[in-house]
Design a binder for this molecule. Structure first.
Ligand SMILES: C[S@@+](CC[C@H](N)C(=O)[O-])C[C@H]1O[C@@H](n2cnc3c(N)ncnc32)[C@H](O)[C@@H]1O
Length: 349
């Protein structure tokens, strides 16, 4: 893995130009600027660092979506002293890693919270940040490459990595996390489901919003990237050797319909999250793996416009499931198999 820290420069995010004239490029700057330029497809910009296509674009609209998703999580855990994570890593962690950092929101907030720690965020595309705390390092790399970080981490975090890996790659990611945590260090992952649910009769059975989850997850399956990390991560984390596994389920309301003030606020932000996110979440999946045949860009635009119009209906009591799992790497004296595995399910509070 190449340790390629990217100095933030907003100009570099323009798709219109690169910083260097083409005839002046060394091999290195050429690689660097092509990473920033990405690949334009169906009006969206995608990462080019990995040869394997990643299904979600890395562009301004998607970074706005990530910002909104970050806020949904913060609002729902706003009653907690630390709304960013649950792993009990104490007050003096030294090294923290955020895999697939997106816009870097989580890594930046955690770096602010622990000024003595080094917090790294890594992603396939350079996060568009103009300022970050001095103890935060945002790096561009593919997490599937060999890791070159030498310091063992106290905490490795992942959020909304749904669809990023096939099952074998997921296994590798958890195993590599295990190997790179200090004994007693923690892994934490939070994932959301793409299915739009409704516990009462307020969303008609034939409403187009009900088609979204089956549609995108069907595409995910055909693409070999199952969109079910929310339901598989706990078992995968256990299989990788972690103990003391905790989980907390959440309901993320979509829209401001909930009576409770916290859920109303979270639903309002999550509504924006969905409005800005749906096109990007589905464009690659539907244009490559849509049925009965791959959709056109216009098909996707029309579908998303219909979904957006329905999302605006305040009478639909709709939500998506999310789940947080956190678990510990055993100490060397914890003999595998003899450890009494403490498993705790925390109810949505
Ligand atoms: C849905 S986004 C979530 C971003 C961020 N964790 C958040 O919650 O705001 C997933 C991120 O994982 C990154 N990603 C996917 N595959 C990756 C890989 N192999 N190595 C590094 N980052 C990856 C994507 O580029 C994307 O930014």
């Amino acid at each position: 893995m190449v340790d390629e820290s990217i100095a933030p420069d907003p100009d570099l995010y323009s798709t219109q130009h690169s910083c260097y004239p083409d005839d002046w490029q060394s091999e290195t700057t050429s690689i660097g600027s092509s990473i920033y330029r990405g690949l334009m497809q169906n009006g969206r910009r995608y990462q080019t660092l990995s040869n394997k296509e990643y299904l979600i674009p890395s562009d301004d609209q998607m970074f706005e979506t990530y910002e909104a998703g970050h806020l949904v999580g913060l609002v729902l855990d706003s009653h907690r002293e630390n709304p960013l994570f649950r792993s009990p890593i104490g007050h003096k962690p030294k090294h923290i890693l955020d895999i697939g950092t997106g816009k870097g929101n989580w890594a930046i907030d955690v770096a602010d919270m622990f000024p003595e720690a080094t917090v790294r965020g890594v992603d396939l595309f350079p996060p568009p940040v103009t300022w970050m705390p001095p103890n935060c390092v945002l790096e561009v790399d593919d997490i599937l490459n060999e890791w070159t970080w030498r310091e063992p981490f106290d905490l490795i975090h992942m959020r909304i990595m749904i669809g990023s890996f096939d099952p074998t790659e997921w296994e590798r990611v958890y195993k590599t996390c295990y190997d790179h945590l200090r004994p007693g260090g923690w892994i934490e992952q939070i994932e959301a489901s793409p299915f739009i649910l409704c516990d009462d009769q307020s969303l008609p059975l034939d409403n187009v919003l009900r088609s979204w989850g089956p549609n995108v997850s069907g595409c995910g399956e055909r693409a070999g990237r199952h969109l079910d990390a929310i339901d598989t991560m706990k078992e995968s984390i256990r299989k990788a050797g972690f103990v003391e596994i905790h989980e907390q389920p959440y309901k993320w309301p979509i829209g401001p319909w909930a009576r409770d003030q916290k859920y109303k606020e979270a639903g309002t932000v999550n509504y924006q999250h969905w409005l800005s996110g749906m096109e990007g979440w589905s464009m690659w999946l539907l244009t490559k793996f849509g049925t009965p045949e791959p959709w056109t860009k216009d098909d996707v635009h029309v579908y998303v416009a219909k979904l957006r119009a329905e999302l605006k209906n305040p009478h639909f009591h709709i939500y998506q499931r999310a789940r947080r799992v956190w678990a510990r790497k055993p100490m060397p004296n914890e003999v595998p198999g003899k450890t009494v595995e403490k498993e705790i399910k925390v109810e949505d509070d």
